[in-house]
Ligand binder design. Structure first.
Ligand SMILES: Cc1cc2nc3c(=O)[nH]c(=O)nc-3n(C[C@H](O)[C@H](O)[C@H](O)COP(=O)(O)OP(=O)(O)OC[C@H]3O[C@@H](n4cnc5c(N)ncnc54)[C@H](O)[C@@H]3O)c2cc1C
Length: 319
């Protein structure tokens, strides 16, 4: 196949974590016959990070206007990268930029964009993607009839490749579009402690906790382990028991920790959509038939009020 272009987003001294995950996805596709992996990013700092993580060619947007990170400003530069690379697959993160840029590129190239994909593979010489459908109750697979295949990828669906020696090349692109809207301000949601998406251990609570105060017990459990964070089901967030920023699932965050401890969460498909990639799932639930129990590696069938304090005590003994 003709190749894969990753549209990366500059962040700090490099690129966003989701951009590196896109490179991981692209490398998987490349190993299935998808062709060479190239990338586009605004600014040289991001290009260095992409080369270190294995991109063969990086198209560097040099126009200062690209720093706005707005789709209509970036589109001509990304279009030039698509044409120069000859890629027939374009991967973009499901970020606020990706949500705008992917459909705009698809329209301009008379093709379709598959949004929020969680799986990608090469099948019969074409890209085939999987994404949630019908509010997370089903999974849909898509492929393209048109030559150019554009997909946005849900965060945490792929691992970022390890950094190496690099060895690829850079090419510059000076194009930029004009913004028709003005961003008046950006406000960031404040959060303390380890970010849910970066936590190695997530202890998540659901409606079965009975009230918001019980989350204190989950915070204590998460605190016994390094890089532990607390998440919640949508039911618990909707009840005001825990902040929506900590919601896991289809309409919340996607996490893939080493250990996911689901406390009093039934395991609805929309919740699973955000944590099914966890390496080890432990369910604490009164109901042996709960879906979360069925998908878990280990399950403790009992009242969480008995189980969680006992777990905390035992983990503390381990030092
Ligand atoms: C379009 C759409 C998007 C959605 N997005 C999301 C999303 O992003 N994230 C999400 O989580 N949900 C989402 N939902 C909601 C989802 O369908 C479920 O309603 C929700 O996940 C249920 O939350 P829960 O498991 O906490 O509650 P419940 O389903 O009520 O489960 C509570 C569990 O607690 C157990 N339990 C009760 N008491 C105890 C006890 N004392 N000790 C141990 N266990 C106990 C019960 O056995 C049960 O399994 C979405 C729904 C829709 C329609």
């Amino acid at each position: 196949m003709a190749g894969i272009l990753v549209v990366a987003e500059a962040a700090g001294d490099g690129v966003s974590a989701s951009s590196l995950e896109l490179l991981g996805a692209a490398q998987q596709l490349s190993s299935q016959g998808g062709g060479a992996v190239s990338a586009f990013v605004a600014g040289q700092a991001g290009a260095n990070a992409l080369l270190q993580h294995g991109a063969a060619t990086v198209y560097v947007g040099t126009n200062a206007a690209l720093a706005s990170n707005m789709a209509e400003v970036l589109q001509p530069a990304v279009q030039a990268a698509i044409e120069q690379s000859g890629a027939d697959i374009v991967l973009i993160a499901q970020s606020s930029l990706g949500r705008d840029l992917a459909p705009a590129l698809a329209f301009a190239n008379k093709t379709g964009a598959a949004m929020d994909c969680v799986e990608l593979k090469i099948n019969g010489g074409r890209l085939r993607v999987t994404r949630a459908a019908f509010g997370g109750n089903a999974r849909a697979e898509h492929t393209w009839k048109s030559p150019l295949q554009i997909a946005t990828v849900k965060g945490k669906s792929f691992d970022a490749p390890e950094a190496g020696a690099g060895g690829g090349e850079t090419k510059t692109i000076d194009a930029a579009g004009t913004a028709r809207i003005t961003v008046l301000g950006i406000s960031k949601a404040e959060s303390t402690g380890i970010k849910l998406e970066d936590a190695a251990v997530v202890v998540a609570g659901g409606r079965g906790l009975g009230d918001g105060a019980a989350f204190k017990m989950l915070e204590d459990l998460a605190g016994t382990m390094p890089a532990g964070a607390v998440g919640a089901s949508r039911a618990a967030c909707d009840l005001g028991w825990y902040p929506p920023s900590q919601q896991v699932g289809l309409t919340g965050k996607t996490v893939s920790p080493n250990l996911y401890i689901a406390v009093a969460i039934s395991g609805a498909s929309q919740h699973m959509a955000g944590m099914a990639g966890s390496k080890n799932i432990v369910a604490i639930n009164k109901d042996p038939d709960a879906n979360m129990v069925k998908v878990s590696k280990f399950a403790i069938i009992d009242d969480f009020k008995k189980v969680v304090p006992a777990l905390i005590e035992e983990i503390k003994k381990l030092g």
